[in-house]
Design a protein. Structure first.
Length: 146
């Protein structure tokens, strides 16, 4: 159940969200999928952690999932800084950072999104991002429904 994995990942990141004063929520329900649970939990941790770290104080992160056309679509949506259009196609590259100075302040290696993409694809799925600078981002991945 991908929503159960999302709840677990979100709980592990709740202290980070509280320190950053970011509201964190996972929609209720169930979204059974066919994938390695440990790998998809790591994907969710990476996506949620980024959504928290690159958010603004008082912002929010929402995780949702739905089953449609034989796929589970999981979305991690934030109200953060957003990603400039020129950087968006590169965010899943290894070591790529949108804002080098801000990334150094927040920590990290620039590998989280690359790892997320690799793990989703290893489970037969796909991942994508959309963003509006100054308004936030949505990261979505799809895997087969159970």
């Amino acid at each position: 159940d991908l929503l159960e994995l999302a709840r677990d990942a979100a709980e592990s990141l709740r202290p980070l969200a509280e320190r950053r004063r970011v509201r964190l929520s996972v929609v209720p329900g169930s979204a059974p999928g066919r994938a390695d649970p440990g790998q998809l939990r790591q994907v969710l941790v990476n996506l949620i952690a980024n959504a928290i770290k690159f958010n603004k104080e008082g912002g929010s992160v929402s995780v949702s999932a739905r089953v449609r056309d034989g796929l589970v679509e999981v979305s991690v949506e934030d109200t953060g800084l957003g990603i400039p259009p020129g950087d968006l196609p590169r965010v899943f590259e290894r070591f790529y950072r949108v804002d080098k100075a801000r990334s150094r302040e927040q920590g990290g290696t620039g590998l989280g999104l690359s790892i997320a993409k690799h793990l989703v694809e290893a489970n037969g799925g796909s991942i994508a991002a959309e963003s509006a600078e100054g308004q936030g981002s949505v990261f979505r991945f799809h895997v087969s429904a159970a």
